[in-house]
Design a protein around this ligand. Structure first.
Ligand code: AMP
Ligand code: MG
Length: 323
């Protein structure tokens, strides 16, 4: 479905500086209305300010990446109101439940198997079959989750490579007109991104120490050896790529190829008939999964312009083509 309200191919950009509102019920209601309409909103959490969007709306999630100007797609953390809401999205085993009960709400993110029917856009998990979930403790993010009544994908509210924002003024300085609305509730308490855990591995150290998570010393390294040493972030975050061979810059396809089109290159699946790269980003992982599951032996992809979020699309495609 083409959304006529989709931003231009260079990413969302509002004509003026963002509206900044002090946290109160009206500000939350206004932010929730924007979220429900598929827009993005900056909101404080106890870690840093987050750039939130409806995690079930691929176009809205694409707006997050476009606003951040990230040259690649990272899976995003999905924020939910409580453990029950997390359970609707992911499979929570005994170990994960124990951590959730001890540290939620709080600055702990759990990487969990995604339920196949979970209402989460593939772009939010960058096509992975796992999802990073957190229940935030901050009153503003909690209020927004309640008012929007849906899971919210939210990375830090800064341009790519910028410093994580711990005040509303940092968000405005970094994102400027790329975000329409900011809820201001003062400085963030932790000022540090959440601790990320998968199984008994600490994928990213954060406000909650490994010793506190696993007081019995049962934290493991990638290979499974016992260690209290966290592994570097990103080191373990695998990225989705289709199992089939993938050919880039294709204008026509061979018989055995499923062609993922863009713009005038129609293809079997088209990422954006109108040539909008934000729309293409929203559809990218759905298209890759569909092509991977289809009858054709390999995949070809039409040329995608490198402008704006197109750079992140091409980064992902290049990795998928060369692995
Ligand atoms: P941030 O940009 O601070 O929200 O960072 C999100 C972090 O969570 C990144 O380091 C991601 O690699 C990591 N992450 C999110 N989802 C997953 C996942 N499904 N598996 C592994 N790591 C993840
Ligand atoms: Mg960040």
């Amino acid at each position: 479905m083409v959304d006529p309200a989709l931003p231009a191919s260079t990413g969302p950009s509002c004509p003026e500086a963002p509206i900044v509102r002090a946290f109160d019920a009206d500000a939350v209601a206004e932010a929730a209305a924007l979220i429900r309409g598929g827009d993005i909103v900056a909101v404080p959490t106890e870690t840093v300010y987050g750039l939130a969007a409806d995690a079930g709306n691929a176009d809205a999630v694409a707006r997050i990446y476009a606003a951040k100007g990230r040259p690649s797609f990272n899976p995003l953390i999905v924020h939910v109101a409580d453990l029950a809401a997390a359970e609707a999205l992911a499979v929570i085993d005994t170990d994960a439940r124990d951590l959730a009960e001890r540290f939620w709400p709080g600055p702990l993110t759990l990487v969990l198997p995604l339920r196949p029917d979970a209402p989460i856009a593939r772009l939010a998990t960058a096509g992975l079959d796992t999802v990073a979930i957190r229940v935030p403790a901050h009153r503003a993010m909690q209020a927004l989750l309640a008012a929007a009544d849906r899971p919210l994908a939210a990375p830090s509210a800064n341009r790519s490579n910028g410093i994580s924002p711990t005040r509303a003024a940092h968000v405005v300085a970094s994102l400027g007109s790329h975000v329409p609305f900011v809820i201001d509730d003062g400085a963030c308490e932790a000022g540090l991104e959440s601790t990320i855990v998968r199984g008994r591995q600490v994928l990213r150290p954060g406000p909650i120490a490994t010793d506190a998570l696993f007081p019995d010393g049962s934290a493991t390294r990638a290979g499974g050896e016992a260690t209290a040493q966290p592994v570097a972030p990103g080191q373990l975050a695998t990225h989705y790529a289709p199992a089939k061979p993938l050919r880039l810059h294709a204008v026509t396809a061979a018989d055995e190829e499923c062609l993922i089109g863009f713009g005038a290159v129609a293809g079997d699946i088209n990422l954006s008939p109108s040539g909008n790269v934000v729309e293409a980003a929203a559809r990218l992982f759905d298209a890759l999964h569909a092509a991977d599951a289809g009858a054709k032996a390999s995949i070809a992809v039409a040329p995608i312009p490198d402008s704006g979020i197109g750079e992140a699309i091409n980064d992902r495609l290049a990795r998928a083509a060369t692995r």
